[in-house]
Design a protein around this ligand. Structure first.
Ligand code: ZN
Length: 480
């Protein structure tokens, strides 16, 4: 045998050995089928959620006023429905409509836990109302399903936390450690008056939670088609948020004799240029874990690809870029959401502007976003400026070997048979982001299965889901 061929063959054997070693090192996580508990169906809680949905606690927009009478109604609903929570726990009110209930535990030396949910909902567009199966704020209960805005996002979590608390209080239960139950009233408009102020109060009082649990992750049996088990995704990190304004000023004039390029033309080109490219992809730690955990359940070739990212990384990134959700997990996204120009049909406007909404991956910053936009546009006539008012840089992630993650994993295994639990990255934003800067154990999860219609048409949740969520929060409240 000639030398070069020999070297080639030895190299090939080493390559195959490395590929196989990595592939077989990806092991499936054992399930805990035998440990699952019985979950009683809670029809009373379903009625309570129905009632909560009928109260229109809508956050219309950042600068638009809320209907305070609805938020007062919601407060009265809480007081009437959960009397023990109001008499036995310490209640604190923030900006009129956000609340924190402190449930003092037996052991004051242990750092407290925080359970969060928000009470506000997004509006229903007038044009969409007729498309709903039942009126959007009806709270209609049909067999196993509760319908209406907020059924998923996030009144079910709020109700489940309150139900669990009330039921445990009626059994004279006292938790081992102190719990803070936090209910914000403006999550859908960035939580500045609710969760933000609550988190500042935590900082002022020097309360350092050992664990913060908020909405976000869920149980999925639809999207991970090749995994033959329900997948519970628990978010360990969250993307950042920034708006970037671009504007072009070019003197306008009469539309009967236009210049070759107007402000609108330059703005259009700029938008197209930004949209044609993407910022560099990053596989963050939570996404890497999600890939590995789910790959271990899949075909040999998928396992081999994910176990050998050094070789197949580009291929995996390419396939993730084909789907908008998985693309958002590996890229900082940028999309124009507001475009403004023009006041009259025969006047060429002198100014045209647009706002890009960007969701920033951990590992990139709002300055990176601005620099990317500038270089993609590459035109000095376009001014690029980031908004600072709603800016939130991407947070660091909670490590998946953190005790709080393991705690949620084992609780989830108790309530979902044969479940595969995995970390993931939340691509939306939640109230819990205000806690991330000072707690290294913020997780986002509620055990609802394949929730439908949130922020859209026919939002609804199963009574079985709500019942499972109540059992879930009871287990969290029972943690030592
Ligand atoms: Zn929400």
């Amino acid at each position: 045998m000639k030398m070069p061929l020999k070297i080639f063959l030895v190299g090939l054997i080493i390559l195959i050995a490395v590929l196989m070693f990595n592939t077989f090192s990806l092991k499936s996580t054992a399930s805990a089928v035998s440990n699952t508990i019985d979950i009683p169906r809670d029809d009373t809680a379903a009625l309570h959620l129905s009632e909560a949905i009928q109260i229109k606690t809508v956050s219309f927009g950042d600068t638009l006023p809320i209907d305070t009478s609805e938020f007062v109604k919601f407060r009265m609903f809480m007081e009437k429905t959960y009397p023990l929570m109001h008499t036995k726990l310490e209640k604190q009110t923030f900006n009129q409509f956000s609340y924190v209930f402190k449930w003092t535990g037996k052991d004051s030396t242990k750092a407290p836990f925080v359970l969060m949910a928000h009470m506000d909902v997004v509006p229903v567009e007038a044009i969409a109302e007729s498309k709903w199966t039942y009126p959007s704020f009806s709270g209609k209960i049909e067999k196993d399903t509760i319908w209406g805005r907020g059924a998923v996002d996030d009144k079910s979590s709020a109700i489940a936390i309150m139900e669990a608390t009330e039921q445990m209080l009626s059994n004279n239960f006292t938790p081992e450690r102190t719990f803070y139950l936090c209910f914000g009233h403006d999550e859908e408009i960035a939580g500045k008056r609710g969760a933000n102020i609550i988190s500042q109060w935590f900082k002022e009082k020097d309360i350092k939670p050992a664990f913060v649990l908020d909405e976000g992750g869920m149980i999925d049996t639809e999207r991970f088609k090749d995994v033959q088990r329900p997948v519970a995704v628990i978010a360990t990190g969250e993307k950042g948020f920034v708006n970037v304004d671009i504007s072009v000023t070019i003197p306008g004039g009469h539309s009967s004799q236009p210049e070759r390029e107007t402000a609108i033309d330059v703005l259009n080109k700029a938008i197209v240029n930004v949209r044609q490219k993407q910022m560099p992809s990053i596989i963050t730690a939570p996404v890497q874990s999600l890939l590995e955990k789910t790959a271990a359940e899949q075909s040999f070739f998928k396992r081999m690809a994910i176990a050998n990212m050094w070789l197949f990384g580009n291929m995996i990134v390419g396939s993730m870029e084909e789907n908008k959700q998985t693309n958002a997990m590996i890229h900082t996204t940028l999309v124009p959401t507001i475009v403004k120009a023009g006041i009259k049909d025969n006047v060429i406007p002198s100014i045209a502007s647009a706002t890009f909404n960007s969701r920033i991956l951990p590992g990139q910053t709002s300055d990176d976003v601005v620099n990317f936009v500038k270089s993609a546009i590459n035109d000095e006539r376009v001014t690029v400026k980031k908004q600072t008012i709603s800016l939130m840089e991407a947070s660091s992630s909670t490590p998946s070997d953190h005790p709080s993650f393991q705690m949620l994993e084992s609780i989830t295994q108790k309530i979902v048979p044969n479940v595969l639990v995995s970390p993931y990255l939340l691509i939306g934003a939640t109230d819990s982001r205000y806690f991330r800067p000072f707690s290294n154990a913020v997780l986002n999860f509620t055990p609802m299965q394949n929730p439908k219609g949130f922020h859209g048409i026919d939002e609804r949740i199963g009574v079985t889901d709500l019942s499972r969520m109540i059992s879930f929060y009871k287990l969290v409240l029972s943690e030592k």
